[in-house]
Design a binder for this molecule. Structure first.
Ligand SMILES: Nc1nc2c(ncn2[C@@H]2O[C@H](COP(=O)(O)OP(=O)(O)OP(=O)(O)O)[C@@H](O)[C@H]2O)c(=O)[nH]1
Ligand SMILES: [Mg+2]
Length: 286
C-alpha cells in the first residue's frame, strides 16, 4: 500500500492518474478537490500495489471547517495504513511549514518515504534554486529518502518513482541477523567509540533486530541511558550505510544489563506469598 500525500493542490490525484495512465481520479486547480482517501488497486511489472489518494493536508490552525478536519484524520490514517508514503512538495510554492510538519509526522510514524517535488515543469532557474535551498534547509531530517523532481502533469521523472517505492519497502521490511548487526556495531564502535561519561566507558555489547517497518535495532550494553543523541545518530547512519537501508527511518533502542532481574530476588505478591506458605506446610506435613 502506497499513500500519496501532500498539501492541497500539489498534484496527488494527477500523479496517481499518471501511474494508471488514465484520468480515473478527479483533479482540479483548486485545493480540496479530494476529500476522502481513495484506494486504487494497480499492477505494474508483475507487482501489485494499492495506491491511496488522500485529501490535502494544510496547517491545523487554519482548519476551521469540520469536513476538512475529518479529511486530515483520514489522511493520517492513510499514512498509518500505508507501507510506503510518496510525499509531494509543490515546486511553485517551495517548501512550506505544512510540508515540514507533514513530513515530520511521516517520520514519527516510522513510514518508508519517497520524496518528490512536483510541478518541476516550466520553472525559472530562480524558482528551482529557491526550492532546492528550501529542501536543504528545512527538510534535512528526511535525507534518508530518495528525492525526485517530477512533473505529474507531463510525466517527467514519474517512471522512476515506483522502483524507489519498492526499494524503500524492501529496506523497511529487511531482516537483519544478530551476528551481522553485532559485527556492524563492533565496527562502528571500533572506529569511533562513545566519549567517556564521568570518566567511565559506555559499553555497547551486542545488537539484535526488535522490529520491522521501520527496522528497530536494539543495542545491549551498560550505562546506555547516557548514550548521547549525536552518537545515536552516528550509529543509525552507520547501520544505514552498511545494510543499505535507503528510504526507511531506522530506530535504535538501548537496553542496559544482560538480564535486569539477575541477582534480584523475585518479589512475590501477597497472594503468591500465601500460596508458597501453603505449599511449604503441605511439604512439611508429608
Ligand atoms: N504545471 C503542472 N501542474 C500540475 C502538475 N501536477 C498537477 N498539476 C495541476 O495542479 C492542479 C491540482 O492537481 P490535483 O491532482 O487535483 O491536486 P491534489 O493534490 O489532488 O489536490 P487536492 O485533492 O485538492 O488535495 C491541477 O490543475 C493539475 O493539473 C504538474 O506536474 N505541473
Ligand atoms: Mg486530489
Amino acid at each position: 500500500r502506497v499513500a500519496v500525500v501532500g498539501r492541497p493542490n500539489v498534484g496527488k490525484s494527477t500523479l496517481i492518474n499518471r501511474f494508471l495512465g488514465e484520468e480515473r481520479l478527479v483533479t482540479f486547480d483548486q485545493p480540496g478537490t479530494t476529500r476522502d482517501s481513495v484506494f486504487v488497486p494497480f499492477s505494474r511489472d508483475k507487482h501489485d500495489y494499492t495506491l491511496i489518494d488522500t485529501a490535502g493536508v494544510r496547517r491545523r490552525a487554519r482548519v476551521s471547517d469540520l469536513v476538512e478536519k475529518f479529511s486530515i484524520i483520514k489522511t493520517l490514517k492513510a499514512i498509518d495504513d500505508a507501507h510506503v508514503v510518496i510525499a509531494l512538495v509543490d515546486a511553485r510554492e517551495g517548501v512550506t511549514d505544512q510540508d515540514a510538519s507533514l513530513l515530520g509526522l511521516i517520520v514519527q510514524r516510522g513510514r518508508a518515504l519517497v520524496l518528490a517535488v512536483n510541478k518541476w515543469d516550466g520553472l525559472s532557474e530562480e524558482q528551482k534554486e529557491h526550492t532546492r535551498r528550501g529542501l536543504e534547509l528545512r527538510l534535512p531530517f528526511v535525507n534518508f529518502a530518495s528525492l525526485h523532481f517530477i512533473s505529474a502533469l507531463h510525466g517527467n521523472g514519474v517512471g522512476k518513482l515506483l522502483g524507489e517505492v519498492r526499494k524503500a519497502y524492501a529496506a523497511a521490511m529487511r531482516d537483519l541477523s544478530t551476528p551481522d548487526l553485532t559485527a556492524c556495531l563492533e565496527d562502528a564502535v571500533g572506529r569511533h567509540p562513545h566519549p567517556l561519561v564521568g570518566g567511565r566507558r559506555i559499553k555497547l555489547r551486542y545488537a539484535h533486530q526488535g522490529g520491522r517497518n521501520p527496522p528497530i535495532i536494539v543495542i545491549h550494553g551498560n550505562q546506555t541511558a547516557k548514550v548521547k543523541a549525536s552518537y545515536r545518530r552516528y550509529l543509525i547512519n552507520y547501520f544505514r550505510k552498511v545494510f543499505r537501508l535507503k528510504g526507511t527511518p531506522i530506530r535504535v533502542e538501548f537496553r542496559s544489563g544482560k538480564n535486569p532481574y539477575a541477582g534480584k530476588r523475585n518479589k512475590l505478591t501477597p497472594r503468591q506469598e500465601k500460596k508458597r506458605e501453603r505449599l511449604r506446610k503441605h511439604v512439611k506435613r508429608r
